[in-house]
Design a binder for this molecule. Structure first.
Ligand code: GLN
Length: 338
């Protein structure tokens, strides 16, 4: 999306890049971001997973969790929806924690494919290498690398790990799981194709089943903000104090999100918003401001790549007004005698 589409024309960028501003300023910025994004009615709700087509087009929630444990919320922040692709980011972090980032880099890659999230072509073009852990092929290959001797144990470890990121026990939405399981021929084909190239460490059908379950975990915008804040805080959940992953794994995960978190629109997102983020087809969006906090957004209508329209508009506003863009700097004070 461009500046005009993101409603950023004439919005000043806050020069401050050190820490989040005072609570009151965050609340004001959040209200304004919400108000602006609310007027955006474009986008379509995903319905290739049949049950997702029933989502409320008007649902919209925004939450910021700061690394000191503060929460700022507006709108539908406590309504649950399936995490979908956002699970890829957190399972990736768990796998890096489990087997080390060098191995994950070798086996799955860290690049953007520049192609849609369910692309089969991308696999063929790379001779069977998934390349991008934030699209379905790479995420399925990543889930296959999770510790756990059986699929059931792997699933338990995923639920436990993602629950620690959220700071509460997450549960699966059985209806979403069933709806996707009945229609996910494409993901099963992707897993089989990877397997034919020797790129799957676990049984392809069982792995797709675990992957489908991880995508069906229920979260709300507040959970996403806390999960993001955990990656913003060196892997420590700011609400529970739990060290979920190491600071190095948090750093590496955020680098992958910056490169590939919004599918083939990741470059545009980074250019406009300047933060690592990850979207999902149920309309969730998590954004991370390293050292500052996490932002969770939920609004089901999506752009053509599968990213929440309102989520992007609101996040763009917050990135500018709260001074979050990781690339923004101001010239050094030349009077400073250092
Ligand atoms: N479960 C979804 C799928 O595999 C996740 C995709 C997404 O959120 N982009 O198709």
């Amino acid at each position: 999306m461009r500046d005009d589409e993101l409603d950023l024309v004439g919005v000043d960028q806050r020069a401050h890049t050190g820490a989040l501003p005072q609570d009151r300023q965050i609340d004001l910025a959040l209200d304004e971001a919400y108000r602006r994004a609310l007027s955006h009615r474009e986008g379509a709700v995903a319905d290739y997973i049949p049950i997702l087509g029933a989502a409320d087009r008007e649902a919209f929630g925004l939450c910021i969790a700061d690394v000191r444990g503060g929460l700022h919320e507006v709108g539908d922040t406590r309504t649950r929806f399936s995490i979908q692709s956002i699970s890829k980011a957190f399972v990736y972090a768990l796998v890096c924690e489990g087997i080390g980032h060098h191995e994950v880099r070798e086996l799955v890659g860290v690049d953007n494919t520049g192609l849609p999230f369910n692309s089969v072509m991308a696999i063929e073009l790379a001779d069977g290498h998934p390349r991008n852990p934030m699209v379905n092929a790479g995420a399925i290959a990543t889930t296959a690398l999770m510790p756990g001797a059986t699929a059931e144990r792997t699933w338990e470890l995923i639920v436990e790990g993602l629950s620690r990121f959220a700071g509460r026990q997450l549960e699966i939405d059985d209806e979403v799981y069933r709806s996707e399981s009945e229609t996910n021929d494409r993901n099963r084909a992707i897993a089989r194709l990877l397997h034919s190239y020797g790129r799957m460490r676990s049984d392809p059908d069982e792995t797709v089943d675990v992957y489908t379950r991880q995508c069906s975990l229920l979260v709300d915008a507040r959970d996403l903000a806390v999960m993001g804040a955990t990656l913003a805080d060196g892997g420590v959940n700011p609400l529970t104090g739990d060290q979920v992953v190491s600071p190095e794994v948090s750093r590496d995960t955020l680098a992958v999100l910056a490169a590939a978190g919004l599918y083939e629109r990741s470059g545009e997102w980074l250019y406009e918003i300047g933060l690592p983020g990850k979207s999902g087809v149920a309309g969730g969006l998590v954004t991370v401001a390293p050292g500052k906090g996490g932002l969770g957004a939920w609004a089901p209508p999506l752009d053509a790549a599968g990213n929440s329209v309102r989520g992007q508009v609101a996040t763009a506003h917050l990135s500018r007004t709260l001074g979050l863009n990781i690339f923004a700097s101001t010239p050094a004070d030349r009077q400073d005698p250092r």
